[in-house]
Design a protein around this ligand. Structure first.
Ligand SMILES: Nc1ncnc2c1ncn2[C@@H]1O[C@H](COP(=O)(O)OP(=O)(O)OP(=O)(O)O)[C@@H](O)[C@H]1O
Ligand SMILES: [Mg+2]
Length: 253
């Protein structure tokens, strides 16, 4: 069974791509077969985090019918596969849920996890990624603007009935101005899936174009990303309300 999990946030820059690259690495270490998809087709940067900024064939080519999904599927040295988005301005596009599903369904059965790196916000692109997923992870920082945007995102996600697994609170600095973890839980009324502290190794690893889980395996952030992967695997899988076929045929709305 393939679990399609979207990693989303209301506010930009809170750590979605960092969560995707590191949780994919940690899941792979736990013998899971993982595909990551960059669904952010305006400001894509999953390839930059992974050290492969320029891919010859990308998700845009597949969506435009110019290439097959197998041609846009790349093997990362960390053991998972990547469907990248093109970083060029010329290839930016907005994708509808059905278009995205028509690509993703071809990977179903071929992976344990498909992790989708979503665009921030509540716009069409973010919602397409959330709508095609069975499950979602909300990434936030423990600060009011990020939490307010996460709350709004979760309300919109409820409407498309994607199962919200919980919150990853990233960049915790234990400063007085931050929300406590209980405060985050109460604010969003969601379970906490994981906590990731501010760790300079994360920024160093991105500079080194590698997930921190392999760049500095013993770092605090690496241990925290591995714990998220373990929680994901251990969590009880809730069958989606709509099958892939129903979503493809647009019956979701
Ligand atoms: N735990 C952490 N500790 C230190 N720095 C971090 C941590 N997580 C993320 N960062 C920093 O925050 C930056 C933004 O992270 P990332 O690109 O993952 O956010 P994003 O939510 O994907 O952004 P966007 O909305 O633009 O797609 C990273 O480049 C990194 O420098
Ligand atoms: Mg990102």
């Amino acid at each position: 069974m393939t679990r399609i999990v979207c990693v989303a946030s209301g506010k930009g820059g809170v750590g979605k791509t960092t969560v995707v690259s590191n949780v994919a690495t940690a899941l792979t270490e736990l013998d899971q077969n993982v595909v990551v998809i960059d669904s952010n087709m305006h400001t894509s940067n999953l390839g930059l985090h992974l050290g492969i900024p320029l891919y010859p064939i990308t998700l845009q080519d597949v969506l435009k019918g110019k290439a097959k999904i197998k041609d846009a599927l790349y093997h990362h040295p960390n053991g998972f596969r990547v469907v990248p988005a093109d970083i060029s301005l010329a290839k930016r596009m907005t994708v509808k849920p059905k278009q995205l599903m028509s690509v993703i369904y071809k990977l179903i059965g071929d992976a344990d996890f498909i992790l989708i790196d979503a665009m921030a916000g509540l716009g069409q692109e973010a919602m397409s990624a959330i709508e095609v997923a069975d499950e979602m992870i909300t990434v936030t920082n423990p600060e009011l603007p990020a939490l307010t945007d996460a709350f709004k995102l979760n309300k919109v996600a409820d409407e498309v009935e994607t199962h919200n697994l919980g919150v990853v609170v990233n960049r915790i600095k234990n400063e007085a101005y931050e929300f406590s973890i209980d405060g985050v839980k109460e604010f969003l009324n969601l379970p906490i899936l994981g906590l990731v502290h501010e760790d300079k190794n994360v920024r160093k690893s991105i500079g080194n174009k590698e997930p921190v889980v392999t760049y500095k395996p013993g770092s605090k952030a690496s241990r925290e990303f591995r714990a998220i992967a373990e929680t994901l695997i251990a969590g009880e899988y809730k069958k989606p309300k709509y099958s892939v076929g129903q979503r493809m045929l647009g019956w979701i709305k």
